[in-house]
Design a protein around this ligand. Structure first.
Ligand SMILES: [Zn+2]
Length: 264
């Protein structure tokens, strides 16, 4: 069984798969997953799919793309969702200087608040960081992460920062997206990470892997390509090759890390 450390299975773009989703999980050996919300309006859908499939854990958070649209009482709403769903973790949050019109100072404030909530509850927190590694360093310099650590999903930052991030409690999840030829530096980085910090993810329906390697074709209603949850197997196979381990061993160690980070 494989554990998806980061996904958005509730996303309406996966709507065609939602009927028979239990079979899909079984068929593709997805034994567990953390379904991440990105804004207040999608938190109910996260809760709903996780209630229907107990192997999926909900995560509620405010993604940096959506900080500008937050409500005045977003923090109270977030705490309410976490309280109402025992076992829920925090995510997806983080920092992003890639998105047009970003306000990094505002993102840092919102991220810091979510980090504080996760730390107080000692629940895992899932962090997105795109072209914002210096702001991430600044936040984590001033503020500790939860004692159990945090997940940096699809990390594409500098390898030089990795030892410092590990010291701060970072765990790293490998997406099938890193199979694109241009992602060779990311694949290389995963070769030397400590075994106990390794996870696998899909980020489905986003971060589409190379079309020739996709295990299941999937397109949205508007014909854009999507990432099918089945591609979790691609991530496991690729990481096994990078680490020179069997796929079974990768499944076993990433599941143990998943449980320790998200469930213990
Ligand atoms: Zn995501």
């Amino acid at each position: 069984m494989l554990c998806d450390a980061h996904c958005h299975y509730h996303d309406p773009r996966l709507g065609s798969l939602h009927e028979g989703f239990a079979d899909l999980l079984r068929q593709h050996k997805i034994g567990a997953g953390v379904v991440n919300g990105t804004r207040e309006s999608d938190w109910p859908a996260v809760a709903e799919i996780c209630a229907a499939h107990p192997s999926l854990l909900p995560a509620f958070g405010l993604h940096p793309w959506y900080t500008a649209g937050r409500s005045l009482d977003w923090e109270t709403a977030l705490i309410r969702f976490l309280d109402q769903h025992p076992g829920a973790t925090l995510g997806e949050t983080g920092l992003d200087c890639w998105i047009e019109g970003h306000d990094i100072e505002d993102q840092k404030r919102v991220f810091s608040r979510q980090l504080a909530i996760a730390r107080e509850r000692n629940c895992a927190i899932t962090v997105h960081c795109l072209r914002a590694h210096e702001p991430l360093r600044q936040v984590l310099q001033n503020q500790a992460a939860p004692a159990r650590g945090f997940l940096l999903h699809a990390y594409a930052g500098s390898a030089a920062l990795v030892p410092w991030l590990l010291e701060k409690g970072a765990h790293f999840s490998f997406p099938p997206y890193f199979l694109h030829a241009r992602k060779a530096p990311q694949r290389e980085m995963f070769r030397s990470l400590p075994e106990e910090r390794l996870l696998i993810e899909t980020d489905a329906p986003d971060l589409v892997p190379p079309p020739e390697q996709k295990l299941e074709p999937l397109r949205a209603a508007d014909d854009t390509e999507l990432n099918h949850p089945a591609n979790l197997t691609l991530a496991a196979r690729a990481l096994a090759e990078i680490r020179n381990l069997t796929v079974d061993r990768i499944a076993q160690l990433t599941a143990a890390n998943w449980r320790r980070l998200f469930q213990s």
